[in-house]
Write a protein that binds this ligand. Structure first.
Ligand SMILES: [Zn+2]
Ligand SMILES: [Zn+2]
Length: 437
C-alpha cells in the first residue's frame, strides 16, 4: 500500500554529530518501510525540546550521528502491509489509517499490544524507542519513519480516542486548531498533564481530596469508624509547588489549575523558576486563563530564594502537599525535597542525567516522602491533553505572543542556530518548518 514515489530520493534533515554541540542540516535518503507496521510521515512541523539539549550537549547515551527531534506533526505518505481493513484484534489505526491522514506522534513509539502498553504505561513499551537518538532517526527532517505506527500515531483526520468533548466540538476543534498548537501534543502538553494528574491522584494527597484522615481516605465508602475525625477546610487546603517554568512547567501549571478548578478544590500554588523571563511568562499565562480554568485558590510566582519563605508562610512551616519537579537536575530535586511536607509526594518528569539522586535513605525515611519519577506515557495521556488543548486555546493557541509557549517558527535550515540559541537560553521553544526556504 501507499506510494513509493520518494524511494531513492534525498531529503533535508537536522543531524547530530558526536561528540557534542554539532547539529548540521544534511541531505540524506528519504526513509522507506522496513517493517509491515511502519508508516512514513511527511513532516509539516517539528519542534526543538529541552530534552533535545541533553543529546546536543553530548550528555545522552547516543554515540553515533543521527537525525534529531522527537516532536512532529505531519501527513501519512506510505503505510506498511499491516495496515488493512481486516487488521482485526490489533490497535485501531491498523485498520483505519490511510495515506493522506494528518497525524501527530508522541515522542516514543509504543506497540499498544505488550503488557506494559495494555496497562496504559505506553512510555515504557517493552519494544518502545525514543525518536531522535541513534536507535531511531527523529522528526527534524522532511520525512520520518514511524515504527509500530498503528498504535504510536494519533490520527487527527479520523479521531478515535475518548474525549469529554462532543463529536461536533471535537470536529470543530480539529478543523480550527493551528498545527503549531496541535504539535504541543507530541510531548510538552501530555507531560504537563501527566505531572498534574500524578500529583492530584497520589494516595498521600487523598486525605485533602476526600476530607478524611489516613487510612480512611483510601476507602471513603468504608469510613464509618467512630474514631475518625472529618478534616476541617483548613486541613484540606492543597498546597503545590511547581519547580521549573519552562514550556513543560507552564503546561503542568495550566493542567494543575484546570484539575483543581474542575473538582472545585481549594489550593495554593507556588510556581518557581530562577529566570525572570520565565516567571514573567508564567504570570502572563495565569492572567490570561479564564475563570473556568482557575477555580478557588491563590497562585504565586517566585524565585528560588522567595519560594522557601513563601511556602513556610503559607503552610505554617509544614511544607507542600506535593511538588511537581519539571527540571531534571539535582538542585531542582533538592529544592523539591526541602519544600515538600512529611507524607508529601514529589512528582518528577524532568530528564535526570546525573549519576545519583541527592538524598540518603535516612532523609527519605525521616520525611515519608513518595517519589514518582519518569517519562510521561504520552500516547496514553493524549485524550486529556487534547481536551485541555482545546479548552485553553487562550494560552496554547498562539505563537510569539507574551503568553505563547512557542517563540517562533523558522526554517529547518536554521536548526544549527536554533540549537545554539536555545542552549544559551536566548530563544524559547522553536518550531522548525522543513519546507520553508
Ligand atoms: Zn520533547
Ligand atoms: Zn508495548
Amino acid at each position: 500500500m501507499g506510494s513509493n514515489e520518494q524511494k531513492g530520493s534525498l531529503q533535508k534533515a537536522a543531524r547530530w554529530h558526536p561528540p557534542a554541540y554539532d547539529v548540521r542540516v544534511e541531505m540524506i535518503p528519504i526513509p522507506s518501510i522496513v517493517h509491515p507496521d511502519d508508516a512514513i510521515v511527511k513532516v509539516k512541523y517539528t519542534a526543538v525540546c529541552g530534552s533535545d539539549l541533553h543529546i546536543y550537549r553530548g550528555h545522552g547515551t547516543t554515540v553515533n550521528a543521527h537525525t534529531m527531534g522527537h516532536e512532529f506533526i505531519g501527513e501519512i505518505i506510505t503505510l506498511g502491509e499491516s495496515f488493512r481493513s481486516d487488521a482485526v484484534g490489533r490497535p485501531a489505526l491498523y485498520s483505519t489509517l490511510q495515506v493522506g491522514d494528518k497525524v501527530v506522534s508522541p515522542f516514543t513509539t509504543n506497540c499498544g499490544e505488550c503488557y506494559i502498553c495494555r496497562l496504559g504505561y505506553t512510555g515504557r513499551c517493552t519494544t518502545g524507542l525514543l525518536f531522535g537518538c541513534d536507535a531511531l532517526d527523529g522528526g527534524q527532517a522532511q520525512y520520518v519513519r514511524v515504527p509500530k505506527a498503528g498504535s504510536t500515531l494519533f490520527s487527527l483526520s479520523k479521531p478515535t480516542w475518548n474525549s469529554t468533548l462532543s463529536g461536533s466540538e471535537r470536529a470543530k476543534a480539529l478543523a480550527g486548531l493551528n498545527d503549531s498548537s496541535l504539535l504541543l501534543l507530541a510531548d510538552i502538553l501530555p507531560t504537563g498533564v501527566f505531572a498534574a494528574i500524578q500529583a492530584t491522584s497520589h494516595p498521600k494527597v487523598l486525605p485533602m481530596i476526600n476530607g478524611l484522615p489516613w487510612p480512611y481516605a483510601l476507602n471513603p465508602d468504608q469510613a464509618s469508624d467512630l474514631e475518625m475525625q472529618v478534616l476541617t477546610p483548613e486541613d484540606r487546603l492543597l498546597v503545590f509547588a511547581i519547580v521549573g517554568l519552562g514550556p513543560v512547567g507552564i503546561c503542568a501549571a495550566v493542567s494543575l489549575l484546570d484539575v483543581l478548578a474542575r473538582r472545585q478544590l481549594p489550593y495554593r500554588i507556588v510556581a518557581i523558576d530562577p529566570l525572570e523571563a520565565r516567571r514573567e511568562k508564567m504570570k502572563a499565562v495565569y492572567d490570561k486563563i479564564g475563570s473556568d480554568g482557575k477555580g478557588q485558590g491563590e497562585f504565586a510566582v517566585a524565585s528560588i530564594d522567595e519560594a522557601k519563605a513563601l511556602v513556610q508562610t503559607l503552610t505554617g512551616g509544614v511544607g507542600c502537599t506535593a511538588v511537581l519537579e519539571i527540571v531534571g537536575n539535582n538542585s531542582a530535586i533538592s529544592l523539591a525535597y526541602d519544600l515538600v511536607r512529611a507524607f508529601g509526594a514529589i512528582v518528577s518528569v524532568g530528564v535526570h542525567g546525573e549519576p545519583s539522586v541527592p538524598f540518603t535513605g535516612r532523609q527519605l525515611y525521616n520525611k515519608n516522602v513518595s517519589f514518582d519519577f519518569g517519562r510521561c506515557p504520552a500516547r496514553a495521556m493524549f485524550p486529556p491533553a487534547f481536551d485541555l488543548l482545546v479548552k485553553r486555546q487562550d494560552v496554547f493557541g498562539g505563537v510569539g505572543e507574551p503568553t505563547s509557549l512557542i517563540d517562533r517558527i523558522i526554517s529547518l535550515d536554521d536548526a544549527p542556530e536554533a540549537y545554539k540559541q536555545f542552549d544559551k537560553g536566548e530563544w524559547g521553544k522553536v518550531i522548525l518548518d522543513p519546507w520553508k526556504q
